[in-house]
Design a protein around this ligand. Sequence first.
Ligand code: HEC
Length: 115
Amino acid sequence: MKTSILFKIAALAVMLFGAQVVCLAQSAEKGKETFIKNGCWQCHGFVGQGGITGPKLAPDPKPFEFINVFIRHTKGPMPQYSEKILSKEDLADIHAYLASIPKGPDYSSIPLLAK
Ligand code: HEC
């Protein structure tokens, strides 16, 4: 009897851990598609560089946890994206895409700007 409870607890832990792995399996390539499909680029630019409407998101995006809370609850000029519209997995991909965007070169390495 005791072993069966332990077995159930272990099975539950595996299920929870398994779900966690799914959440963490991100794809920058898929994230780019999702970023474009959901119109993020219209305000934030194709590489998250920022635009007239939306602030810069990359390089060095804010942590996933911040973005996940922000886009679900914002009441500012940006439209809210519920989990029905944009799942946590899709957002994790977007975060991976933003994190994959390289930093631009240092301005001092560009002859016209280095003075
Ligand atoms: C209609 C224009 C618009 C669209 C579309 C849009 N955003 Fe935004 N976003 C904004 C604006 C404007 C802000 C700044 C608003 C504020 O701070 O309240 C913002 C802020 C953010 C921030 C917080 C930035 C920070 O540093 O505080 C994140 C993250 C973000 N957007 C991600 C996204 C993602 C991901 C998508 C697509 C799923 C998206 N946005 C689509 C306009 C937009």
